[in-house]
Design a protein. Structure first.
Length: 143
């Protein structure tokens, strides 16, 4: 069970992120989670949104290079040690974590993590087997 992440190639200059945000706003697209990694000249904006197909279309129409990447979304207790528990499970099963980022919702007892690994299906099976709750694309839309 994966969710769709939009990865957007953006220039590292003032106003670029604001412009992307404006495009999403004008198209009534709601951001659920966001991460950005940057170098001196460019960055990769990673977003989880309420409508990934529409987002990819409007960003491409606006001239942005973007792609849709399947990632895992997991719900974890919002308490110390929860991230370690997931990382330990993945490590013990020889699953390499490419990147991760977190987000919260209005629900106070849970935090949510986006996890990118090479083998989504295998990682999902391992996490479920260890009692980790995966979040579906539909569940993210409803948050």
């Amino acid at each position: 069970m994966t969710v769709k992440q939009i990865s957007v190639f953006v220039e590292n200059k003032p106003g670029t992120l604001a412009n992307v945000s404006k495009i999403l706003c004008q198209n009534q697209i709601d951001i659920r989670a966001l991460s950005i990694s940057e170098t001196r000249d460019f960055g990769i904006l990673r977003i989880i949104v309420d409508d990934s197909y529409k987002t990819a279309c409007v960003l491409k129409e606006a001239g942005y290079i973007c792609s849709i990447t399947p990632v895992l979304a997991v719900a974890i207790p919002d308490e110390p040690g929860s991230l370690f528990h997931i990382l330990d499970i993945l490590g013990q099963n020889n699953m390499n974590l490419e990147y991760t980022y977190a987000f919260i919702t209005r629900r106070q007892d849970l935090a949510y993590m986006i996890i990118r690994v090479e083998e989504n299906e295998k990682a999902a099976e391992i996490l479920k087997k260890n009692g980790i709750q995966l979040v579906s694309q539909d569940e993210l839309y409803l948050m």
